[in-house]
Design a protein around this ligand. Structure first.
Ligand code: GDP
Length: 478
């Protein structure tokens, strides 16, 4: 079989010029109508992570295929996308509101803030995008669906309250996602504020301030009075520079759904975070299992806009159905392709719903290990008291089986909650409950996500079970 450059480009949903350039880099001079041999086709397809079968067949319905790297010459700096997490009542919402109110993009004053799930502020001529849903539930739900959206996590700790269970959850969620962390020590205006205690407590989680020889940025502030917020924004800019976040504003847009709902008047409304490229009104688009054409775009100030570049959040209409938060979106060259990819995805989703999906389970662990799919066995441990958590963790870490490492990605005291499950789902982990049970939401989510929960009352039973699974000797549990 052979294809011309133009035909191959079309199959890969790329510009012919891009293919010609790639060929040139591989030492093949080609024109647009030139026939390519099988080797060249395979080479080029491989560059895009596409496997060539007998006849050129591409899984064009897998949206991840389109999230390709850009040429170094085409990329530019992009704003960072920030999520604020922390314990309840430590001031996440107040901080988000306060940043927004004091820093609404200069020159755009007069706009009426519109809650679309994310907003942008400008600091020293640079933009920062904040996701407007505080907390790690949204953060990890997205990650569980395969979308890495957040570049920097701000963890808010109230200076009068110190590190609390959800602070620890937030830290572990951010660490599991390998996202840089900035600590906002909030409520500094309060009499009882004790920032040293916060810093002391956080050293336990390897978050050590620079003054104590670590590399974690701590910013004391008051979300209520606004004091220290400028400093926090400067630190975000600093970390953004270190991270060297890049995107190519010239390509067709791709990114992730922040939120979506059905609006009585406007139909399906979705807030999209553009992660690469530029999104334009009129663009043919596939969003999750939906598709359409971008009819209208509104920014976080409620203004109609014609385009949205990298890291910008915009609310769009024009989709045939309502997508889900965490879904990927991809813009296509023409409406016909968008429609066929969108329809194929909707059909696949229906079929998948009927089948079962399942993540790691102890019963299949050994098989996965043998096939080289698993090197780490990720665990989330919950127990009734701190002493048990520690004893259990220490014992588990002593198990030695060649070929697998045990990684404990989160521990906590109390019932297994939804946050434990989403974290386990995103990290392909098993949840172990010691003298505790999952709550209703956790149970439901675990079933939906295919996360395995094992409940025990005796430490050596946990050890026995994990060790047996690692060695492939586990009796199936019915
Ligand atoms: P969230 O649950 O983390 O979103 O916390 P909220 O933003 O709702 O704040 C919880 C409470 O703490 C509210 O009553 C806020 O007014 C108060 N609060 C938040 N930030 C500060 C602060 O910097 N100083 C003081 N004194 N109170 C604050």
């Amino acid at each position: 079989d052979s294809l011309t450059v133009a035909e191959l480009a079309k199959k890969l949903y790329k510009e012919p010029s891009e293919i010609i350039k790639k060929l040139f880099m591989l030492g093949v001079m080609a024109t647009i109508n030139q026939e390519l041999d099988k080797d060249s086709i395979e080479l080029i397809a491989g560059e895009y992570g596409v496997e060539v079968e007998e006849e050129i067949r591409i899984d064009a319905t897998d949206l991840e295929v389109y999230f390709t790297e850009d040429d170094a010459e085409q990329v530019q700096e992009r704003p960072s996308v920030v999520t604020i997490m922390g314990h309840v009542d430590h001031g996440k919402t107040t901080l988000l509101d306060s940043i927004r109110n004091t820093k609404v993009t200069a020159g755009e004053a007069g706009g009426i803030t519109q809650h679309i799930g994310a907003y942008q502020v400008e600091v020293e001529g640079k933009k920062i995008t904040f996701l407007d849903t505080p907390g790690h539930a949204a953060f990890t739900t997205m990650r569980a669906r395969g979308a890495k959206v957040t570049d920097i996590a701000i963890i808010v700790v109230a200076a009068d309250d110190g590190v609390m269970p959800q602070t620890v959850e937030a830290i572990n969620h951010a660490k599991a996602a390998e996202v840089p962390i900035i600590i906002a020590v909030n409520k500094m205006d309060k009499e009882a504020a004790n920032p040293d205690r916060v810093m002391q407590e956080l050293t336990e989680y390897e978050l050590v301030p620079e003054a104590w020889g670590g590399d974690t940025i701590f910013v004391p502030l008051s979300a209520l009075s606004g004091e220290g917020i400028d400093n926090l924004l400067e630190m975000i800019i600093l970390v953004t520079e270190v991270e060297e976040l890049k995107a190519n504003p010239k390509r067709l847009a791709l990114g992730t759904v922040i939120e979506a709902q059905l609006d009585k008047g406007r139909g399906s409304v979705a807030t999209l975070l553009v992660q690469n490229g530029t999104l334009k009104v009129g663009d043919p688009i596939v969003v999750g299992n939906t598709y359409g054409r971008v009819r209208a775009m509104v920014n976080d100030l409620g203004r109609r806009v014609k385009d949205a570049g990298p890291s910008a959040p915009v609310e769009i209409t024009g989709l045939n159905d309502v997508p889900q938060a965490g879904d990927r979106f991809v813009v296509f060259e023409d409406e016909k392709t968008a429609r066929s990819v969108g329809e194929a995805r909707a059909t696949q989703a229906l079929q998948a719903q009927r089948g079962e999906k399942s993540k790691v389970s102890l019963e299949t662990l050994f098989e996965q290990m043998k096939q080289g799919e698993m090197k780490d066995l990720n665990l989330v441990l919950k127990a009734d008291v701190q002493g048990s958590v520690e004893a259990l963790a220490a014992s588990l870490l002593k198990i030695e089986v060649e070929g697998v490492n045990i990684r404990i990605i989160h521990t906590g005291v109390g019932a297994i909650n939804e946050s434990d499950i989403t974290l386990a789902s995103a990290s392909n982990a098993i949840v172990i409950g010691f003298n505790v049970r999952p709550d209703v939401n956790a149970k439901r989510t675990a079933e939906a996500e295919g996360v395995e929960i094992r409940l025990h009352r005796i430490i050596y039973k946990v050890m026995e079970e994990i060790e047996a699974a690692m060695k492939g000797m586990l009796d199936p549990e019915f």
